[in-house]
Design a binder for this molecule. Sequence first.
Ligand SMILES: *Cc1c(COP(=O)(O)O)cnc(C)c1O
Length: 432
Amino acid sequence: MFSKKFDKFEEKVSLSTPTLHGDELKWMEEAYKSTWISTSGENINEAERLVAEKVGVKYAVALSTGTSSLHLSMKLAGIEAYGMPAVGHGALEGHRVFCSDMTFDATVNPVVYEGGIPVFIDTEDDTWNMDPVALEKAFEIYPEVKVVVCAHLYGTPGKIDELNAIIEKHGAILVEDAAESFGATYKGAQTGTFGHYNTISFNGNKIITGSSGGCFLTNSKEAAEKVRKWSTQAREAAPWYQHEEVGYNYRMSNVTAGIVRGQMPYLEEHISQKKAIYERYKEGFKGLPVQMNPIDFENSEPNYWLSCLIVDDEAMCPQVRGEQDVLFTPEHGKSCPTEILQALASINAEGRPIWKPMHMQPIYRMNPFVTREGNGRAVTNAYIAGGVRGEDGKLLDRGSDIFNRGLCLPSDNKMTPEQQDRVIEVVRACFE
Ligand SMILES: *Cc1c(COP(=O)(O)O)cnc(C)c1O
């Protein structure tokens, strides 16, 4: 237990919660007064126009969640790669799909909705995203793979050029999961423009929100029209309900779109607030044996959605995680994510472990996992016993190492500098 005494925040300092500005209510009210509160109306049209313009894609289709956008993206990619499936079959049925490993499970579940088999690609140290070297390795092992889904973790763009060069060389299709990275850029272009089919999310804790919701982004008119049609039950142009394809009820409501519309003008403001939080942490942790989540500043400008830290290997106190519980032994001058999270909770501040890698999840324990060295399953089970290290002294499997040593810090826009200073003090106290 973390036993040092610090004053508790009266109101919880959160990881990330909605930050509202007032315009949201105006557009919601307009929807209400006009009675256009369902799945069509001016807010939807405007939200789509604003998002497409901001990201720099030809088409944005507003949907009920980011997950539904990823689902329809997977379906489109599956049909593009393997043709139209028979009714009752997924578009990726029986086909392997390369997936980011250290991410939220909503990146991966849509692969399974369409019958695909996720193959997890290990993480690199420079941005905590899909490792191009491991991806190349995966194509050596599974040259037949035609679909790849990549997330940009915590709003930090991955090594997009390297990944895309490999994906293109192998004639595969990139589905981009920019759910966390709306507003982030890579070499001047927004995330959400790099794949054939791309997704952003307006979930309650994202950089801007619609309470829920997401957008499908593409430059393909045909794909946008398909998603528009599928998301509203796949009706044909007939006087009655005529159906040639399976439909979904995935469209965004005009009320949700009102919130999105009201939030859009504040995207850049949120990003600069989040950036200030990241920089304040970076400054505040100077001299501690920790690093902030890595950013490729040369090529990218993140949206700084969540600030994270990773404890240096030598400064880790013993910490053992089971499937549902965790133990650690406090040591002088050392700490671990569990102790830091407990310390944060003790002052009513919210942190979170790093996304537990998908290859470590019980549901995906039988799925292939590829590291730089090849079959990651050969090393990953050794993680529990402390991991297998390469010649450079690093764990061969990067994802589980980052999960072991990393955590997300309170990153709420509304956190004051004084509150953040107390959070920093508490983290520092963990290493005393
Ligand atoms: C939030 C998130 C999603 C899902 O978005 P929803 O709008 O919540 O469905 C997908 N992928 C990642 C990486 C996310 O963080």
